[in-house]
Design a protein around this ligand. Structure first.
Ligand SMILES: *Cc1c(COP(=O)(O)O)cnc(C)c1O
Length: 373
């Protein structure tokens, strides 16, 4: 048998299916369909594999950021509706339209460019800015955008009016209700022109906390991957983390007391101990900021153990005390174990969010592998 990979992002597709079933079940109770967001290569989990698992588990739509991401899914044979939403004004929309990709439109310039690059029928989701001030049409420009859509005539089908929340993770924040009201105003203006679009607004957090925001379609991303949008710890969350980031011990050795460990000797052994060398470093998505003061831990030989000394480009050193560890043992950097470490643990240590941790696992040395169970 081939040896296990030295460094791997292992994706549990059964966890993805579990999470999607939970989310799409909640959406279905409101009469809403589910678009699983697989941008950024499925938040670092592999867009194609996640898409297939999601569609098998109850999702009927897929959402991506770029035309390239959308076309990758079509090239893999995925025929479900796909929405792509962040485009430059000089892109060639022809191939995406030909591939049946729905396009988000937030300006007259983008609509004009789409129509300049294809003669085929175009399906668009008109995006209104409801308070995020990011990628959406400002309400003041909405009537002019609707004029332009009307002028385009039969070539354009207005599939949806949609938006994205600024405070979805604080479901009671007043801006959330304001966003819904603004979305509804924009939707009514579109309907007054004779269009019959659906509406969508909710990301993971809103899908899990605000059924009144489910509307026709929900767009969960992070929760699909099992990372809790409300930061509930793994044992309390209904979601199951899908990624286990892990590496196999390259070298084990006994060192005496008083030895400096790793660059700059930020750690000195207090007594004789066993050190395990784990071949994962900042080039692979282990942030060097996890350095200071034992902020990084790994699960190795049945226990959570501290990384000692600096995170290097290619490796970290784990203090195993007097316990028995072996070369070739698997060290879990983060995963789904209730005792951790989890992606959320890293995010807490780093003062960031688990979204950045999961999408930060990268590089040519990390092998992505999948299991069904
Ligand atoms: C990324 C994204 C989502 C998914 O958000 P999560 O917080 O990961 O659930 C939904 N909609 C849009 C427009 C996005 O960019």
């Amino acid at each position: 048998m081939a040896p296990l990979p030295r460094l791997e992002a292992h994706i549990d597709l059964a966890a993805v299916r579990h999470n999607v079933a939970l989310l799409s079940g909640a959406a279905a109770e409101s009469g809403a369909a589910t678009m699983v967001v697989v941008k950024a290569d499925g938040y670092g989990h592999g867009a194609v594999a996640v898409s297939r698992a999601a569609l098998a588990a109850g999702a009927t739509w897929l959402g991506v950021c770029t035309l390239e991401e959308a076309l990758e899914l079509r090239a893999a044979g995925i025929t479900a509706p796909i929405l792509s939403w962040l485009h430059l004004v000089d892109e060639d929309f022809g191939p995406a339209v030909e591939a049946g990709i729905d396009l988000s439109v937030a300006s007259e310039r983008h609509l004009a460019r789409i129509l300049a690059t294809t003669d085929r029928p175009v399906r668009i989701h008109l995006k209104i800015d409801t308070g995020l001030s990011r990628n959406g049409c400002p309400p003041a420009e909405w009537p002019a955008l609707l004029d332009a859509v009307e002028k385009a005539g039969d070539q354009v089908e207005v599939v949806a009016v949609w938006s994205h929340l600024a405070y979805a993770d604080q479901p009671d924040h007043p801006s959330v209700d304001r966003a819904l009201a603004r979305l509804n105003e924009a939707w009514e203006l579109a309907r007054a022109r004779g269009f019959t679009p659906i509406r969508h607004l909710a990301n993971s957090a809103a899908t899990m906390t605000r059924p009144d925001l489910h509307l026709d379609l929900v767009r969960p991303g992070i929760a699909v991957y099992g990372l809790d949008p409300l930061d509930r710890p793994v044992p309390e969350s209904l979601l199951r983390p899908a990624m286990e980031f892990r590496a196999r011990v390259a070298l084990v050795k006994r060192v005496p007391a008083g030895e400096g460990v790793s660059y700059g000797h930020e750690h000195t052994t207090e007594r004789e101990t066993t050190l395990a060398l784990v071949p994962a470093g900042y080039a692979d998505g282990v942030p060097r900021l996890l350095n200071a003061g034992g902020r990084m831990r790994v699960r190795l030989a049945g226990r959570v153990r501290p990384v000692v000394g600096r995170v290097c480009m290619d490796q970290v050193v784990v203090d195993c005390g007097d316990d028995e560890v072996h070369e070739g043992d698997t060290a879990v950097l983060f995963g789904a174990h209730a005792e951790g470490p989890t992606a959320q643990d890293w995010a807490t240590e780093l003062g960031t969010i688990h979204y950045e941790v999961a999408t930060g696992v990268h590089g040519t040395r990390v092998r992505r592998t999948y299991s069904e169970e």
